[in-house]
Design a protein around this ligand. Structure first.
Ligand code: DC
Length: 226
């Protein structure tokens, strides 16, 4: 059951800033719930593609978002949460570059964002919630006790993504990755609906040159939990 008194740590920032890894570690460390809001936009894009809905059909996309049959299942420590769409495991399908690109296009549509708003707020449960996204501190949980805006240079984010994909056996070109990251930043920051920006009361943490452990330490300190 939603519990509006449960504490929320909102972690926002651009793709590749380390948010996904940090929020998973943080939720496990605290024993709190985790909301990966980006997964909801990715699932909307995937469900739309599977239903043959075009990315410019705003009404149909909002309908897809409203009717999304999504669930998240916990897995072993260190492994990503299992993401299900209509009962089918789509954990890998939603992580492709093309799904990310489509998600970022779907995410500019206000009616899609409205359709996903309450679903995200329903994650606020005791003992607490770690919320990962672009507008957690600004729109979805404006009253969050802790707001962190995690960033890193575009070059470092491209480098991290390159290593991740290389480890997964996917061959990619780093310049192409950097261009994609810049294009997605541009779209996420300049859209009129809930643009990516730090909340006024957010603590900005630049993770360029920091290890995951160092970033986690800083986020815990920001939340007053060290
Ligand atoms: O964090 P991610 O890469 O999984 O997010 C995919 C896309 O979804 C991203 O380009 C922007 C969008 N998004 C959003 O608009 N608002 C959120 N709270 C989370 C993601």
């Amino acid at each position: 059951m939603t519990d509006l008194s449960a504490p929320v740590i909102a972690v926002d920032g651009p793709g590749g800033s380390g948010k996904g890894t940090i929020t998973q570690m943080l939720a496990r460390h605290l024993g709190w719930h985790l909301l990966d809001s980006g997964a909801l936009y990715r699932l909307t894009a995937l469900a739309a593609a599977r239903q043959g809905v075009k990315l410019d059909d705003e009404e149909a996309l909002a309908r897809v978002a409203r009717g999304l049959d999504a669930s998240f299942e916990p897995t072993a420590p260190g492994e990503p949460v299992r993401v299900l769409l209509g009962g089918e495991d789509v954990t890998r399908d939603i992580r492709t570059e093309s799904c990310g690109d489509q998600a970022s296009r779907v995410a500019v549509i206000q009616s899609v964002r409205d359709a996903l708003l309450q679903r995200q707020r329903d994650f606020q449960k005791a003992p607490g919630l770690v919320a990962d996204g672009r507008d957690m501190g600004t729109v979805v949980f404006p009253d969050a006790q802790t707001k962190v805006f995690l960033t890193a240079s575009a070059a470092e984010r491209a480098e991290r993504r390159y290593r991740q994909l290389k480890d997964a056996g996917v061959g990619v070109n780093i310049d192409a990755l950097l261009n994609e990251i810049r294009a997605r930043d541009e779209r996420d920051m300049n859209r009129s609906a809930a643009p990516l920006k730090p909340a006024e009361d957010a603590q900005v943490i630049d993770s360029t040159g920091l290890s995951i452990e160092e970033v986690l330490e800083r986020v815990l300190a920001a939340a007053g939990r060290v």
